[in-house]
Design a protein around this ligand. Structure first.
Ligand code: DGJ
Length: 734
């Protein structure tokens, strides 16, 4: 079979000459993923690792003798093996046999990235499958996805449809994943991959990142480290139900699969229809998890986060400040306060519509509550303009309550199974709308469209979702499509968001779902950021944001200064510490400023001013994680470095004030220019005397070899002393 050899971008030109035709390399600057094609067999994935220079036949010559791994294993022959794709043919045949159906194709997309497509077909049945790989050279990311087309005259039923599969070999492989629950999101779990199957999944239906995340890191060299060792990182770009699997055998052979969760999700693929799986983004790093995270961050900001290359505004959100007690004077007061502190945006949270005095009513009835806001949204946007801040608003458009006007009018719009009583959630009355229903999609689109058309000053939407699918069943989908509900719900949601984005490209959207239920790249295509957690306790946030940072950059992480005692943990953490933690992400406030002392408000004003000077480094720079909150070393440390390495922000947090606890007060820095000199300035300083390093100049090499000794307590007058010391240092290249 004649095959076109592929040039995956100009940087590959130098290896094209040595390649033998049966290899298809997909390459980034530092990595290669290599497929091997054989006209008579399924394509194999023979290599994923550091960029291969020289003759690709090296791969075959060094391959294990116990067989190659299929690039996209299908169900059929040897059914005991794990597969990425399975389907039932019209005649009941449940097997597939895929072989190449033509030459691989290469095209350069509108961003200049190269897409390699491998067309395959079943040997007998009219089913076509295309494996796609898009290489992002600078980011060292490869996206893979699969298109499955029914070319026959009768429907086929898809029963498993992973986005991709990656085989790898290691006798000491470890898996790092995120787990948690409401108010405890982003916990890091690191475990060895032992023989058997490890599954990470989510079947919530609406919110997919509280209890687990659709992203993992796989270490090939033992327990993962931040700066060394081989890592394969994977992020499924999908906001719906997912399943990630790693199958491990007794000889260190692993196979990773990721895709839409197939359980109860059989999909009838009609003649002529193509099922396109979500993207699976892969990265390979031979410099530990830190590099893998930075690859995801760069790729995310550039390609998968709305406005990801711009800094996000400093905002005050009303939720923890006043909860449902919204009224015009209170909102105006909060706008004034955030404006006085130098903030840029005020967000009115839940409680402004219907008769929403608590969480038991009014979702779906999106009319302004005139009792609370007699001058409507216009009154508020005018007020915001007078105060010099932008205005944002909370909605939860995918939901309704059983006592709403909407539900009375459209009882068939909610998720419900025949002959079953409805299941109600939050507030005892919450119901989930059926996003697979085009009328519901239009209702949500029109709600947002009307709001934004009538109030063009609205600059930001907090899009919340506070319930899982509580009863499985669509009142719209026909009987033979009920199993497609989860997939079609999510398609409905993304198509509404897409329409909104097209008409209102400049509006910022925060994805929120009972806190961090929507921290996911599938939604970040349409949203600017997400709410990391309803737990705003600064100590807890260090963990949640650390875990989340494995895959998501700071520009996506809403990180707010809130009141003490904290509303979730009741812990009292000093304001400086709370501000410093908020400064590691997209800083905001979640507090009633009127309840703060004038001194505290003034401190926040200074912090906001300081943050404006460094937020480009934090939100758009490179993250280096130095001391993990999950290692219990008494302190946490991280830093951000600007892409040009001319500026860096270093953070150190004392998380345990127990004098017998271990305490890391000095840790080598990273990411700096070794030959440059950096001047140190402490930010948000409160001590009576400066640090020894204050105003001094150090070489990047010295800082990366030695770090700086950190004074672990604040030097404050008696009576003002505080627990939980924290330091923020600005490093500026001289
Ligand atoms: C859950 C969110 O996580 C909170 O921030 C807040 O918006 C509430 N919903 C409002 O009901």
């Amino acid at each position: 079979m004649k095959r076109k050899f592929l040039l995956a971008g100009a940087f590959l030109a130098n290896i094209a000459a040595w390649a033998t035709p049966e290899y298809v390399p997909v390459s980034t600057f530092n990595t290669s993923l290599i497929l091997q094609l054989d006209s008579a067999a399924a394509p194999a994935l023979v290599y994923y690792g550091p960029a291969v220079k020289g003759d690709l036949a090296q791969i075959a010559a060094s391959a294990p003798e116990d067989g190659k791994s299929d690039a996209y294993p299908v169900f059929g022959n040897y059914p005991e093996r794990e597969s990425a794709l399975s389907m039932t043919m019209p005649d009941g045949n449940m097997t597939l046999e895929l072989v190449p159906a033509g030459e691989p194709e290469t095209e350069v997309d509108h961003n200049g990235n190269t897409v390699v497509s491998i067309p395959l077909a079943d040997r007998h049945y009219p089913v076509a499958v295309t494996l796609n790989y898009r290489a992002f050279p600078k980011e060292d990311i490869i996206e893979t996805w699969t298109e499955i087309t029914n070319k026959g005259k009768k429907p086929v039923t898809l029963t498993r449809f992973d986005s991709g599969a990656i085989p790898f070999r290691s006798t000491d492989a470890w898996l790092t994943s995120l787990y948690g629950t409401w108010a405890n999101e982003g916990r890091v779990n690191t475990e060895p991959l032992t023989p058997g199957m490890k599954i990470i999944q989510n079947k919530d239906g609406v919110r997919n990142s509280h209890t687990s995340h659709a992203e993992v890191m796989m270490s090939l060299d033992g327990k993962p480290r931040e700066t060394s060792g081989r890592i394969i990182g994977a992020a499924l770009v999908y906001g719906g139900n997912y399943r990630l699997r790693v199958s491990t055998d007794d000889h260190g052979r692993h196979q990773f699969f990721a895709g839409i969760h197939p359980e109860e999700s059989a999909y009838r693929l009609m003649p002529g229809e193509t099922f396109t799986t979500p993207l699976l983004a892969l990265t390979f790093s031979d410099r530990g998890m830190g590099e893998a995270s930075r690859n995801f961050h760069r790729w995310g900001r550039q390609y998968h986060i709305a406005h990801g290359t711009e800094v996000n505004p400093i905002l005050l959100n009303s939720w923890e400040g006043v909860y449902f007690n919204i009224d015009e004077p209170t909102m105006a007061g909060m706008m004034q306060d955030i404006a006085d502190m130098g903030g840029e945006l005020f967000v009115m949270d839940d409680g402004w519509f219907g008769r929403r005095d608590d969480d038991s009513s009014s979702l779906g009835d999106w009319e302004v509550d005139a009792r609370k806001l007699p001058h409507g949204l216009k009154g508020l946007t005018d007020e915001a303009a007078r105060k010099g801040v932008r205005f944002g608003i909370w909605i939860e458009p995918e939901m309704t309550n059983s006592n709403s006007e909407l539900y009375k009018k459209h009882p068939d719009w909610v998720l419900k199974a025949p002959h079953r009583d409805i299941v109600e959630g939050r507030g005892g009355t919450q119901l989930v709308l059926d996003l697979s229903n085009p009328q519901v999609q239009d209702f949500i689109y029109n709600l947002v469209d009307t709001m934004l058309t009538n109030n063009p000053e609205i600059a930001y939407i907090k899009w919340d979702a506070n319930a899982p699918v509580m009863q499985y069943g669509s009142q719209t989908l026909p009987a033979d499509r009920q199993s497609e509900l989860s997939i079609r719900f999510h398609r409905g949601l993304t198509s509404v968001l897409q329409r909104i984005r097209e008409k209102y490209p400049d509006v910022a959207i925060q994805a929120c779902a009972s806190g961090g239920g929507r921290a996911n790249y599938g939604l970040l295509d349409y949203t600017d950021e997400f709410w990391v957690s309803d737990n705003t306790d600064a100590l807890q946030r260090l963990g949640a944001q650390w875990g989340t940072s494995l895959f998501f950059p700071a520009v996506t992480m809403g990180s707010h200064i809130s009141a003490v005692p904290n509303h979730t943990t009741y812990r009292v953490v000093p304001l400086k510490f709370r501000c410093d933690v908020a400064m590691t992400g997209r800083l905001g406030m979640e507090i009633q400023p009127r309840d703060m002392s004038a001194e505290d408000r003034d401190f926040c004003r200074r912090v906001i001013e300081t943050y404006k000077g460094v937020r480009d480094v934090v939100q758009l720079g490179d993250l280096y994680r130095l001391v993990s909150p999950f290692d219990n070393r008494g302190a946490v440390s991280l830093m951000y470095v600007s892409p040009t390495k001319d500026k860096a922000v270093y953070y150190w947090f004392r998380t345990n004030n127990d004098y017998s606890a271990p305490l890391v007060t000095r840790t080598p820095m990273e990411g700096l220019d070794p030959d440059a000199s950096y001047k140190v300035t402490e930010l948000n300083a409160i001590d009576q005397r400066p640090l020894a390093s204050e105003g001094k100049v150090f070489t990047g090499k010295f800082l990366m070899d030695n770090g700086l000794e950190i004074r672990p307590n604040h030097d404050l007058p008696w009576g003002k002393k505080v627990d939980y010391c924290s330091r923020v240092l600005l490093l500026e290249k001289q």
